[in-house]
Design a binder for this molecule. Structure first.
Ligand code: ADP
Ligand code: MG
Length: 250
């Protein structure tokens, strides 16, 4: 596996006169959790939208597994094995867990041989998918509309991983969740990492970042200004980097 699964090289993004990304160069190592932190407006969402195919860089390059990638659409991003979990999740409330897990398969031909299989086999398949992300509590027949935010994320991510996602991007996954649901999402991220999936986590929650991330990138005003190993930094240092306060001589 390439050492840097995803690499951004001098990525610039303009929205008209707004210079949202100002030459971002960043390496996202395979199989690790990379956190991106930064104040509102720092460019975090714009950056990941360039990876998920919603935006295209104005200039600069993105490499996936060492190969220049033109991520022209969300479909192109998914084809590269990148799945993005947004706050308004791509689950359908009126369908149950199993139906949601099998939902998009029909439109991705050739990958899953289950299209004509019966309920019993679908149930076994769905249960296996949930087990892969370490979830043994969801009921397959439960309607997704009645589930907690954490459970809905579990279903969405389960489906992404079952599709063969190699990279999962989370943009503020716990911002709207309570402590129990957040803990569920944290377990989910940890289990993705255990499976060797690359995770990109945008978060405002330092505790979350320090607890889950291997590598932390700090963005400020459209730039990636610092990279730290989680094991070699502190919340205090991160605040300093984030706000741009002068680092006192140690
Ligand atoms: N679609 C857009 N059109 C115009 N400006 C945008 C758009 N998306 C983001 N921006 C601007 O780009 C900058 C970075 O925003 P964003 O990437 O959302 O930051 P973050 O996610 O770090 O809070 C901000 O100044 C924001 O207003
Ligand atoms: Mg954002």
């Amino acid at each position: 596996m390439a050492e840097n699964m995803i690499e951004l090289i001098d990525v610039e993004k303009y929205f008209g006169g707004v210079h949202a990304l100002r030459g971002v160069s960043m390496q996202i190592p395979a199989g690790q959790v990379t956190a991106i932190i930064g104040d509102n407006g720092a460019g975090k969402s714009t950056l990941i939208k360039c990876l998920s195919g919603i935006h295209q860089p104005t200039t600069g390059q993105i490499l996936v597994d060492g190969v220049p990638a033109d991520i022209a659409s969300p479909h192109a991003s998914r084809e590269l094995g990148i799945e993005t979990v947004y706050q308004d999740l791509a689950v359908i409330d009126t369908l149950n867990v199993m139906q949601n897990l099998y939902l998009s398969r029909e439109i991705r031909t050739g990958i899953w041989p289950f299209r004509l299989l019966n309920q019993r086999k679908m149930k076994a398949g769905a249960r296996e998918m949930l087990a892969r992300i370490g979830n043994t509590t969801l009921s397959l027949t439960q309607e997704v509309g009645g589930m907690s935010g954490g459970q809905r994320q579990a279903v969405a991510i389960c489906r992404a991983v079952a599709w063969g996602a190699k990279t999962v991007i989370f943009d503020e996954p716990t911002a709207a969740l309570g402590p129990n649901e957040s803990a569920e999402v944290h377990r989910l991220i940890a289990s993705l990492r255990e499976q060797g999936i690359t995770v990109i986590l945008i978060s405002h929650n330092f505790e979350e970042v320090m607890g889950l991330a291997d590598v932390i990138w700090v963005m400020r005003q459209g730039r990636a200004i610092a990279k730290r190993k989680a094991s070699e930094t502190t919340g205090r240092e991160l605040v300093t980097l984030l706000t741009g306060a002068d680092i006192a001589a140690s």
